[in-house]
Write a protein that binds this ligand. Structure first.
Ligand code: AMP
Ligand code: GLY
Length: 442
């Protein structure tokens, strides 16, 4: 089988390496891929919907994985399917769950899915008037996509007024900030739960915890994600059951009822508040770096599961995970998530773009090859992943691997996994690493 994966990040590299475990896969292409992905796939230039459809048809792709939110929201899955190419990923109508925060909030209100209290605005004066009645702390979110930077937690009125002006008047996120959501500020630990759903059935993957802030101790600006661990032990079987009944099944059902059945990877960003789990955000795709963290623990074949999702028979091919732990440490360019300098040689990688430590895998993101050498080419450069029988072993292994690699101005968080480790050490109970269950969503 010939497979095409759309995207250029560490997440796509992790998907590609997992897909290649299937012996029926004879060729993998990445559009556009990157200098490290080139070790595992043929990289094809381009990125828009037309380029992907043209390539897939011309070169006879048997299956396409549409991974990033941009192409999903632009309708790439619909266009591929219309051209007769089977594709994994939600339709444009279903990807609105990520593409518009207001759409997602209205859906949750209509179907009684727990989330932070909110109000939406298209007029900055009305937003300011509302803030005078509902004082900060609050969270101000651009309605449309903003590369993960569109949400700001505001502790003071001054910050909130600035966030309103930045979105709606200075348009720092372009048209994405023409409308905003103002949300109540929730507290509690955050968990990412990625799921497969074919629109009728849902199968969660193991839970994960991202580290979104740039600096240690959750300081500094929000980033795309600086590292992750999985699974999360305070996301206990009881909590999973509660999320399944109150959030996961109702969301899949709601999308079907709205005539937008969701088929693909549906990502639930959850906050475990004292009042129970609530939705912080939906994504219509795998998380990055959650995918790099979780997929190495997947036991069965990813392509089989993805094809089952696309064909509406997920119940026959549920995902399975090894009862182990995984830690991912992101190596970023200095200054990320702000402007970064690139073109620095990356030291410590072998010719395959890997290192020789058994158990460690390197996924490439902002990387290109110049005269046979890997050099930095973006904000997040590499994801270093290590799997182990224990959480401590996974964290230690990931850092041991990370420190074999270096480049000028490399930026790394030193505390990935420490919050999860403390939670683990604080609990008496030792929940078994449960296999997530598959459920119909009638
Ligand atoms: P989002 O862009 O919606 O994923 O939000 C980015 C980050 O902002 C989340 O991972 C949370 O840490 C934080 N956040 C978003 N919404 C809320 C909320 N209602 N209460 C507290 N923190 C939030
Ligand atoms: N890691 C968060 C995201 O992919 O949106």
């Amino acid at each position: 089988m010939k497979i095409l994966v759309i995207g250029a990040g560490g997440r796509e590299h992790a998907i590609i390496r997992k897909l290649k475990e299937n012996p029926d896969v004879t060729a993998v292409y990445a559009l556009p891929g990157n200098g490290g992905i080139a070790q595992d796939a043929v990289c094809v230039p381009g990125g828009d919907v037309d380029a992907a459809v043209h390539f897939a048809v011309k070169h006879g792709m048997d299956f396409v994985v549409v991974s990033p939110d941009g192409p999903l929201c632009a309708g790439m899955t619909d266009a591929l399917e219309a051209a007769g190419v089977p594709a994994f990923g939600p339709s444009k109508a279903a990807a609105a769950l990520e593409g518009s925060k207001i759409f997602a909030k209205e859906l949750m209100r209509k179907y009684d899915i727990p989330t932070a209290a909110w109000a939406a605005f298209d007029d900055p004066d009305e937003a300011r008037a509302y803030l005078r009645r509902a004082a900060p702390p609050c969270v101000i979110k651009a309605d449309g996509p903003a590369l993960g930077k569109g949400s700001r937690v505001c502790h003071t009125m001054e910050e909130a007024l600035d966030a309103v002006a930045a979105c709606m008047e200075r348009r720092v996120f372009g048209e994405s900030g023409a409308r905003i959501v103002i949300e109540e500020c929730l507290t509690g630990p955050e968990v990412s739960v990625l799921t497969f759903t074919d629109g009728e059935t849902i199968a969660p993957m193991i839970s994960a915890m991202d580290h979104k802030r740039a600096l240690d101790n959750d300081e500094g600006p929000n980033t795309g994600g600086m590292g992750a661990v999985a699974p999360i032990l305070f996301y206990t079987p009881d909590r999973q059951a509660e999320c399944m009944e109150r959030i996961f099944q109702p969301t899949v059902r709601a999308m079907r009822m709205e005539g937008r059945p969701f088929k693909g990877c549906l990502y639930f960003g959850l906050m475990l508040t004292p009042q129970g789990p609530k939705v912080i955000e939906y994504n219509a795709r795998f998380g990055d770096p959650e995918a790099q963290t979780i997929l190495p623990l997947m036991q069965n074949d990813l392509l089989t599961v993805m094809r089952a999702v696309r064909d509406g028979r997920l119940a026959d091919a549920p995902p399975r995970f090894r009862p182990m732990h995984s830690c991912c440490v992101v190596l970023a360019s200095g200054g990320y998530p702000g402007p970064v300098q690139t073109g620095f040689p990356i030291h410590g990688l072998n010719a395959d773009g890997q290192i020789s430590l058994p158990g460690a895998t390197i996924f490439h993101a902002g990387v290109k090859q110049e005269r046979g050498h890997y050099v930095t080419a973006g904000g997040r450069v590499l994801s270093v992943v290590y799997t182990s029988e224990t959480l401590a072993g996974a964290i230690d292994g990931a850092y041991q691997a990370a420190y074999e690699i270096s480049f000028e101005e490399m930026q790394v968080r030193r505390d990935i996994g420490q919050a999860a480790r403390r939670a683990w050490e604080d609990t008496e109970a030792r929940p078994i690493l449960q296999q997530p269950e598959v459920r119909p969503c009638p």
